[in-house]
Ligand binder design. Sequence first.
Ligand SMILES: C[S@@+](CC[C@H](N)C(=O)[O-])C[C@H]1O[C@@H](n2cnc3c(N)ncnc32)[C@H](O)[C@@H]1O
Length: 337
Amino acid sequence: MSAFSANTFNSHDYSLYRPSYSTEFFQYIFQYLGLNEWKSESINILDVGSGPGTCILKIIPILKEVINNKETPLKKVKIFVSDLSNTMLNEAKINIDKVIRDSLESFEIEYIQSGGETIDLKINEQIDLIIAAECVHWLNSEKWLDCMHKLLKKDGVLAYWGYVDPVFTKIEGSDDKNRLKIANDEYNSFVYEEKGKLGEYWQQPGRSKLRALYKEVNEIALNNEGDKWYETIMCRRDPLIGEIETIFNNDGNSDGDNGKVSRFEFKDDVLKMEMRLTFEQLLNYMDTWSSSFKWNSSHEEKVSLLFGKKLEEKVGLKKSDDIVIEMKTVYLFTKKV
Ligand SMILES: C[S@@+](CC[C@H](N)C(=O)[O-])C[C@H]1O[C@@H](n2cnc3c(N)ncnc32)[C@H](O)[C@@H]1O
């Protein structure tokens, strides 16, 4: 069981301190789906590992705008919100109810408690868009991809992504690159390597899969290009080593095998997750990790406080200091053949 499923897990703090995704990123997904030229009155969406509704809360306002635009036929949105954790689903329901209150005639939401690989919607080949954010590392990649493939309509979109490990890129008021290097080294040591710290509290193989920026699941999807999936695009950013890797199986103007003209433009920075925050806010985010939850349940001092003290000692960082961090990120979008 993941820590997110525990009754004592604070899903409200999770909503407060976790990074969210930009509206521009979701618009990019909808552009890939072709929502601008939507021909149907309805759309079916599935969110896998929804957590407290992080993605759906961003998606609903975009869809409300499309529905209100009288030039598009879209009238009905059905969203399946799924997660393994009931604690998360309860929080998702509270959050989502608030944003659909004024549009109940357009939105139908169904909550499903299930592992991602075994989601049973009682209907196959009905879903237009599946999103799975920051959860694919908990799943068996092969089984999950097969299950998603079954649920999607032909040409339906699977979009998944993840982020991990904040990289210190600036400490306001300081140009000392060495402070950044020490802060990043200390982070790595405290969170993964140092004995008796957080390393042993990570649930495996999930954490390693996420740290590898979804190498395994991406390879399975990419190996099935042309067979099960098409027009797959993938992007990984690692600000620590300054590396960006991209794969774009779509030349942006050909009519491809499916006879459709694609106007999709590839962007490598659309999932750049850069945040300006105080060091204290970063420590609050650290407390939303499943590993911190386990650590905090068995220690008197919160792990985030311990890490705070360490960075104060090593690089003089105070809780009130303003910092800039960038997460390592990965996204993959693909369409069902
Ligand atoms: C880090 S949260 C991500 C929540 C949200 N999608 C976001 O992007 O913030 C991971 C979510 O995956 C869920 N989860 C963990 N294992 C799962 C599984 N086997 N199947 C489905 N969901 C799972 C957790 O309960 C948690 O809500």
